[in-house]
Ligand binder design. Structure first.
Ligand code: TRP
Length: 329
């Protein structure tokens, strides 16, 4: 049986990069797989979080997943901290994974920066918790972006080490699902990734934006004075142009080459009108639904608790087998 697991941090300000990079793909996978989508609040607290913001962000991200078309009845949507098995299995994995393996994790090095002694133990152990997320459900496939590939490799190393330590074939090796994900850059600076933490809201299109804000942000997006090229070769060194064409292509499900052919020789003001129409057609209904859900937090909470109950039903027998294998029961 194939089972998908993936996680998203409750960081708030979900934007077009999150949508095109992950969430849209998650919605597409629900037709082919049993999917478990987890809002990873335990991962969020590896760096300091304001408690009331964390609570609000967990709801916002859940609403974003639902608004993007992920059906909480056909799939499981829940937040990580409600299923205690994640933390329990992570501890077992802390006793399987080696310091040397974690020392190689580039995300920790980036996030901890120069102040490594000041990073939390949780930030360091982040990958063992992620391994527990996946293996607690014996997930077979994990949709991940480029930045999480190393963590998935580590998950496989942990599964392999656990199996060989205890002489079993207990855990399957989860496979990455690398889906054609667009890399979306800031609308103000084509060399920076679109980010929730950019000071300027004009740098990003939020999933919760309404049609007027989408139009305004696209209109104000930085471009260059040249017309649109007839092929991708003409995008060399033109980061802002490449970004807008990439966004158009991702929203229209076309390659950037096809978009170039469609708009060759046109000016950016002409192109932007089309981009505005397309972005509004795809994103405004999502923003609208997120707003509706934000006014109905009881419903979102219900989805999370129902999801947690169903996740628990899958996780409980697996965790209990782990405890037997290890000799804890
Ligand atoms: N670390 C992932 C990220 O920041 C989120 C995540 C947590 C995850 N657990 C996971 C992704 C399990 C895939 C599978 O994007």
């Amino acid at each position: 049986m194939n089972r998908i697991f993936s996680g998203v941090q409750p960081t708030g300000n979900l934007h077009l990069g999150n949508y095109l990079g992950a969430i849209r793909n998650w919605a597409r996978l629900q037709d082919q797989y049993d999917c478990i989508y987890c809002v990873v609040d335990l991962h969020a607290i590896t760096t300091p979080q304001d408690p009331s913001e964390l609570r609000a962000n967990t709801r916002e991200v859940t609403a974003g997943l639902m608004a993007a078309g992920i059906d909480p009845k056909r799939n499981i949507i829940f937040n990580q901290s409600r299923v205690s098995g994640h933390a329990e299995l992570a501890w077992v994995f802390n006793c399987v994974a080696r310091l040397g393996w974690l020392n190689r994790m580039t995300q920790f090095k980036e996030k901890a920066g120069k102040h490594r002694d000041n990073a939390t133990v949780g930030l360091y152990a982040y990958p063992t918790l992620m391994a527990a997320d996946i293996l607690l459900y014996k997930a077979t496939h994990v949709p991940v972006g480029e930045d999480q590939k190393q963590h998935l490799e580590l998950t496989r190393d942990i599964a392999k080490a656990f199996n060989s330590m205890f002489g079993t074939e207990f855990f399957p090796m989860p496979e990455p699902l690398i889906l054609g994900a667009a890399r979306v850059m800031s609308l103000r600076d084509g060399s920076k990734k679109m980010s929730k933490s950019d000071d300027s809201d004009y740098s990003r299109i939020n999933m919760a934006d309404d049609a007027d804000s989408i139009a305004l942000k696209v209109r104000k997006a930085r471009t260059d004075p040249e017309p649109l090229p007839e092929s991708t070769d003409g995008l060399e060194g033109r980061t802002e142009a490449a970004n807008l064409l990439g966004i158009y292509g991702a929203l229209a499900d076309k390659t950037v080459q096809q978009v170039c052919e469609e708009f060759a020789g046109k000016s950016f003001s002409q192109f932007k009108l089309q981009l505005i129409d397309l972005a509004i057609a795809v994103l405004a209904p999502i923003g609208h639904e997120m707003k509706r859900l934000s006014e109905d937090p009881g419903h979102v909470d219900q989805v999370l608790s129902d999801g947690a109950d169903r996740a628990t039903q899958i996780a409980t027998p697996i965790l209990s087998d782990v405890k037997k294998v290890v000799g804890l029961t």
